[in-house]
Design a binder for this molecule. Structure first.
Ligand code: NAD
Length: 514
């Protein structure tokens, strides 16, 4: 039983109560952690510590990896039927408990409950995708490539997989990887963000209820010590990381140096290009939704609005009107936008408003003036709009990861495209236009991994793969979809010959097909 959860009967409600001490989850059991190193977990809307999370030692990481390694031997040989049954049961359990998961996310991340529910739902889509694993693992078969010889390809699990996730999607990001890894026959050690660790324990409990054997899914909480151990441990064969670009690069370089396959998704600076012929109401709605949803703490948030003149004055006015209608406050009340995740992050994001003004941008809406429906101690910063931002300003070059939308005015489509392509990040982008030809050119010419046409947050469905280009992803494989299945499996080709009662005898020549 996880401290902080009371369970009634299998499949019925798990009732969370305020956690005092988050635990690891190793070999199907909560493990308190022997380390004296802990970190505070905040309720960002209250500005108060709600729990403390243990930061795992090397020994504790080793326990989790040992548990995963021991479970691998039997899990990899469990039938596809059995694995699929677990996946389907898990899907139902997550669906049944999504409200509790969402409330747990809101309590530690701060995003409003409906947005947290949306996160769980997008995670569920990957579980549903992974339910199709028998089909996804089907290989090819060629009969009779030579006399009495058949060739076929199979995909096998890689072993113990580490998943290291960021604070901004504590349920969805682990679900980009874990269901696919587990369905393919791997075992997993998840290292969630230490800022919002509790949802991962409820998820672990749901896996257990779904019938996943102990050790197949483990959770260790921690910081750099835990991450470094996972990157070095010889039993860890694959690492899926999501977080900021400097850490993604470090994880990729360290993990691959240690012989692991690594997919490391990094930060973003997502541009929304608005052409003069666009529906400006649609564009204004989209900019507000994608700029300020989840307080801008989304890797697919729009943070740079590139407006092709002469429509910038008009669009900025429409966005300003909409910002005035947004309700900022406690995510458990009916607000549109919650607080930022920590006080330090809030202060760092707010500092960009001064930096922008000092560099010559125009502060159209200052989120520091916001009135909130919430506790005065919460980590608040309202939606903020900077106009006349230019590409050398820090508000443009840096990933701010907060509710700050920067408007860059340009003279032409070509100027807009050059700006987006010169940016070091390439996660998501959107173009707003009524010109199909222009949109088609943009989708072809832009150097970004995920593109929206009149869609501001083009997060792919689970059966496509999620991931950016350039400094937004290190490695070759994007998350989920067929690339995810490939990442969590190794290809093998079998050439088999079932002898005819007669055979050809000894021949030292290189095998030729006859
Ligand atoms: P982060 O890089 O600070 O942390 C991510 C993970 O790395 C956490 O588990 C953390 O404990 C660990 N970590 C932190 N410092 C480390 C270090 N020095 N050595 C080893 N491990 C370390 O990121 P965050 O603040 O939790 O999340 C926000 C970032 O994640 C943003 O940059 C955002 O763009 C990015 N993100 C990207 C995607 C994507 O799909 N590309 C999705 C979500 C978030």
């Amino acid at each position: 039983m996880i401290p902080g959860m009371t369970q009634t009967a299998p499949g019925t409600a798990l009732t969370p109560f305020p956690l005092e001490r988050v635990t690891h989850w190793i070999d199907g059991k909560p493990v308190a952690g022997v380390t004296e190193r802990t970190a505070p977990v905040y309720d960002p809307a209250l500005g108060a510590v709600r729990a403390e999370v243990p930061l795992a030692s090397v020994d504790e990481v080793d326990q989790a990896v040992a548990s995963a390694a021991a479970a691998f031997a039997s899990w990899r040989t469990s039938s596809l039927t059995r694995r699929t049954q677990v996946l389907f049961a898990f899907r139902e359990l997550v669906d049944r408990h999504k409200q509790e998961l969402a409330e747990l996310i809101t309590a530690e991340h701060g995003k409003v409950v409906p947005d947290a529910l949306g996160e769980v739902t997008r995670g569920l889509e990957v579980v549903e995708f992974a339910c199709g694993i028998p089909h996804l693992l089907k290989g090819g078969y060629s009969e009779g490539v030579s006399t009495n010889v058949d060739v076929y390809s199979i995909r096998q699990p890689v072993g113990v997989c580490a998943v290291i996730s960021p604070f901004n999607f504590p349920v969805m990001v682990p679900m980009w990887f874990v269901p696919v890894a587990v369905a393919a026959g791997n075992t997993v050690v998840l290292k969630p963000s230490e800022k919002d660790p509790s949802a991962s324990l409820l998820v672990a409990r749901l896996w257990e209820q779904a019938g996943l054997p102990a050790g197949v899914f483990n959770v260790v909480h921690g910081d750099k010590v835990a991450v470094d151990r996972l990157l070095e441990h010889p039993e860890v064969k694959a690492v899926s990381f999501v977080g900021s670009t400097p850490i993604a690069r470090y994880v990729y370089e360290t993990g691959t140096r240690n012989g692991k396959r690594v997919q490391a998704l990094g930060g973003a600076k997502n541009h929304m290009v608005v052409l003069p012929d666009a529906d400006l109401d649609l564009a204004a709605d989209a900019a507000v939704n994608a700029g300020f949803g989840s307080a801008g703490e989304r890797c697919m948030a729009i943070s740079a609005l590139v407006v092709v003149e002469p429509v910038a004055d008009d669009l900025v006015a429409r966005i300003r009107e909409r910002i005035a209608t947004l309700k900022v406050g406690d995510g458990r009340r009916s607000c549109d936008m919650g607080p930022l995740v920590t006080r330090e992050h809030r202060d760092r994001v707010a500092s960009y408003l001064d930096a922008g003004v000092e560099a010559g941008a125009e502060l159209v809406v200052d989120g520091r003036d916001v009135r909130v429906d919430g506790d005065g101690s919460g980590f608040w910063l309202g939606p903020s709009l900077l106009d006349r931002v230019s590409p050398e300003m820090s508000v443009y070059t840096d990933e701010i990861f907060g509710p700050v939308l920067s408007v860059v005015r340009v003279g032409s489509y070509d100027e807009a495209l050059a700006l987006v392509n010169a940016n070091r990040y390439g996660n998501g982008t959107a173009i707003f236009t009524n010109d199909g030809g222009a949109a088609r050119r943009y989708q072809n010419e832009v150097e970004v991994g995920m593109v929206g046409v009149n869609v501001p947050i083009p997060v792919p469905m689970a059966y496509y793969s999620f991931g950016g280009w350039k400094d937004s992803l290190f490695g070759d494989s994007h998350a989920h979809g067929t690339e995810g299945v490939h990442f969590f499996t190794r290809g093998k080709v079998v050439t088999s010959r079932w002898l005819d009662p007669s055979h050809g005898g000894i021949d030292l020549g290189f095998p030729e097909n006859v």
